[in-house]
Design a protein around this ligand. Structure first.
Ligand SMILES: Cc1ncc(COP(=O)(O)OP(=O)(O)O)c(N)n1
Ligand SMILES: Cc1nc(C(=O)O)sc1CCOP(=O)(O)O
Length: 497
């Protein structure tokens, strides 16, 4: 018997919902559904059903801190989610406890500031609000208020939600996700993320269901769970938004009032994922890039025309020329020559980065990274009939690329690579599978650390192409390596496992 993989530990510090749809119960459901081990620190027990909160009682301060200390001794969390703490004394005690332990234990701290129930029960007082503002916000990595909670917390009733979120940032929270469920938008819901480094919005169709009890709890818990698996915060929010949409789509009645969400597992269907809106992408209208004639399959990436000349006799079908050295004149000469050669050999040649030269000489396509997208004229590439490939390394980059409808999307880096210094972590095969599933109508190419041993496992993740550099160019016998890889890829796609 093999040891099961350890589950990341996530805590919820919140209150019990006797109706089972929100609070601690919803948090633990969410952690479990997403593959984490959930621990709970209960602040209060509420008596509620699907129509009303009838009352609540808080636990004693001693029992509250005993829960925290006992868990910390043995089950240190990767992430803590804070929910309803309807008592100023407990909230202050929590702030002090977090201040004492956060630095040493390095957990991420997310709070869903439940200030009233969706059925209208009020849990706040002026002292609770002051503790949130002065003691908790400076400790938090993320807060996820809805619009009424944001107005209350910011104490700026007449300001815009952007200004209100900025006020929270000034009080010390590292990031704010403003949930748009209470906005006047009728067909969509838009959540807005603010941090000093970035702003983005996530938009989804509004699901008009009465059975939406516990949505805030589920969203923040899902963010915590995804983060515990090593996703960046922006990606954790995207996964959580998809998890929530999936759960809302299958929500069900429990009593006479608002019913509960149906917890599923990790979201993989594109229909549950939000539209990503980035300030820098607003200039693009509907883009339409030429498609890839036959699946990409085996995709060598090389760094000179010399390599191209060496590989051409082996009849490559697709190649990328990725020139990183040389003066502008040298680069132009190489691209001009490479495009001419590609025509002679009926090779589909992609040019990395140098999109103007790719257009000028009529290459088959262009490959761009995320940073290149800001400088490139995507309309010109599309108008010239060139194919476009875009690099991605996360859910956020993937959503961005997907919305531009390129000819293919590259998913990297899958394994550690010596070829390029990467700012991101290797994505691994599980993520590759998730990402490939989201791109069911755009071809995908995996890249990064792929070699003959890893090839089959990569293709099994559902990509339609495999890009390699060192598996050819760093081999003692590059031609043999090329032929073996090409044969294996062609064989796999002809007879998929
Ligand atoms: C197929 C494929 N995928 C990813 C990359 C990386 O492109 P980019 O992000 O533009 O980085 P550089 O190649 O410029 O370092 C690629 N070239 N090809
Ligand atoms: C050029 C490049 N781009 C990557 C990305 O993830 O965007 S990984 C990578 C290098 C791939 O080289 P090798 O096959 O030798 O690991």
């Amino acid at each position: 018997m093999h040891e099961p993989l350890p589950k990341p530990i996530v805590w919820t510090i919140a209150s019990s919902d006797s109706g089972g749809g929100a609070g601690i119960q919803a948090d633990l459901h969410t952690f479990a559904a997403l593959g984490c081990h959930g621990c709970s620190v209960i602040a209060a027990v509420t008596a509620q059903n699907s129509t009303e909160v009838v009352g609540y009682e808080t636990v004693s301060p001693t029992l509250f801190v005993t829960q925290l200390n006992c868990l910390l001794q043995d089950m240190s969390p990767k992430v803590i989610k804070i929910g309803l703490i309807p008592d100023a004394g407990l909230l202050e005690q929590l702030a002090i406890w977090l201040m004492q332990h956060k630095a040493e234990h390095e957990f991420l701290l997310i709070a869903d500031p439940v200030l009233s129930s969706s059925s209208g029960y009020n849990f706040i007082s002026q002292s609770i609000l002051s503790i949130w503002r002065q003691q908790l916000l400076p400790l938090l990595d993320l807060i996820t208020p809805n619009l009424p909670e944001l107005t209350l917390l910011s104490d700026m009733p007449l300001a815009s939600s952007n200004e209100q979120a900025n006020q929270l940032l000034q009080w010390g929270v590292k990031a704010v996700l403003v949930k748009g469920g209470h906005s006047a938008e009728t067909d969509t819901v838009t959540d807005n993320y603010f941090s000093p480094e970035q702003h983005f919005s996530l938009q989804q169709p509004r699901l008009n269901t009465l059975h939406n009890h516990g949505t805030g709890c589920v969203l923040s818990s899902a963010i915590a769970a995804a983060y515990a698996f090593g996703y960046e915060l922006a990606d954790s929010i995207i996964v959580a938004r998809a998890y929530l949409q999936q759960a809302l789509n299958h929500s069900y009645a429990t009593g006479k009032g608002a019913g509960c969400l149906q917890h599923h597992s990790w979201p993989t269907k594109r229909c549950y994922f939000p539209q990503l809106k980035l300030p820098q992408d607003t200039q693009y209208g509907a883009l339409s890039f030429a498609g890839i004639s036959t699946p990409i399959g085996f995709y060598p990436v090389i760094n000179s025309v010399q390599w191209l000349k060496r590989l051409l006799p082996l009849e490559p079908d697709v190649i990328q020329l990725r020139l990183k050295q040389g003066s502008p004149d040298e680069i132009e000469l190489q691209i001009a020559e490479a495009v001419l050669l590609s025509r002679d050999y009926k090779l589909r040649l992609f040019i990395n980065d140098h999109w103007q030269l790719a257009i000028k000489y009529g290459a088959y396509g262009v490959h761009l990274g995320q940073e290149d997208l800001a400088q490139a004229d995507l309309n010109a590439i599309a108008a010239a009939g060139l194919r476009l490939g875009i690099s991605t390394h996360s859910y956020k980059e993937l959503l961005r690329a997907y919305q531009l409808r390129p000819s293919y999307i590259a998913l990297g880096h899958i394994f550690a690579t010596q070829t390029k210094q990467m700012p991101s972590q290797p994505q691994g095969l599980t993520r590759l599978k998730y990402y490939a599933a989201l791109c069911d109508d755009i071809p995908t190419v995996a890249i990064g650390g792929i070699n003959t041993q890893r090839l089959e496992a990569v293709m099994q993740c559902g990509v339609s192409g495999v890009a390699v550099v060192s598996a050819i160019t760093a081999q003692a016998e590059p031609e043999q390596a090329f032929l073996l890889l090409k044969h294996r890829v062609e064989h796999y796609y002809a007879h998929p496992a």
